[in-house]
Design a protein around this ligand. Sequence first.
Ligand code: SF4
Ligand code: ZN
Ligand code: ZN
Length: 307
Amino acid sequence: MPNSTCTFCSTDAIYTRENEGVSFCSKCLRQAVEEKVRKTITSNDMLEHDDRVAVGVSGGKDSLSLLRILVKLETRYPNSTITAISVDEGIKGYRDEALRIARKACEQLGVRHVVVSYRDLFGTTMDELSGMHLRQTPCSYCGVFRRKAINRAAAMIGATKIATAHNLDDEIQTVLLNMLHGDPYRAIRSGPVLRDPRGKFLPRIKPLCEIPEKQVVMYAYLNGFDFQTVACPHGHEALRNDIRNFLNQMEQKHPGTKFTFQSSAKRLRELTARTMQVSQLNECAKCGDPTPNQLCEACLMLEAITA
Ligand code: SF4
Ligand code: ZN
Ligand code: ZN
């Protein structure tokens, strides 16, 4: 329960950060979230004054919050541009609703909106794929295809950076998920900024990576966003759900657990950064995209589906 008054302005509080014992009213919470994002951007050198930023916008609370905050910050960088990119995975009754929300938000914010679809890029949809007997979960395919789709759209509009709306909870869930999948390299490769030292992929930035999911939900709610709340019918990532529940229980019993876990992952990343080898990249024999193998992951998946 929040303490009764805001720590900063003494009006009624609506939220308390248990680990710090700090309470916020609606206005101060929104300001605190925006300020934290600004600091994350600055301390990680995420943006240059003339960046052309492609923002992944799904129509959910995270991406709409990110878009709004970046648009607000953009006023300080008159030479930069922001374009929203939405991916239509072909999920009836789910994505079409989210795309409508994304389109409306972009109109309101005056942001150019580009939509790319799995149908156009890969000749299939998630609804079709989920009806097949696949070796991996639909989300595994969807994740690989989405990354590629956003890369394609960002290249198409001449972007210099890709911004995605992963929040703190997403980030630490992914670290633990990769550990439990036996892939420690992938677990520590992630981070606030992903730069390809070979310069083949656009840098990816995650400005919300230090904001807990709960605060993003409140930010979206307090700003009156119309965001999508229904779940994807194909999303049954059982392990991720268990990890989410586990981390939420830990946070409730031991406030500050999530931040501590994130800073441990950061230190581990710094320790291993010097010893990690950078693999050579080839051109994918099918689509020409950079890949350490002969075929990129998406083309390998598409080949397995059509075999
Ligand atoms: Fe794709 Fe899985 Fe997300 Fe659905 S839940 S949109 S299948 S990644
Ligand atoms: Zn206040
Ligand atoms: Zn390929």
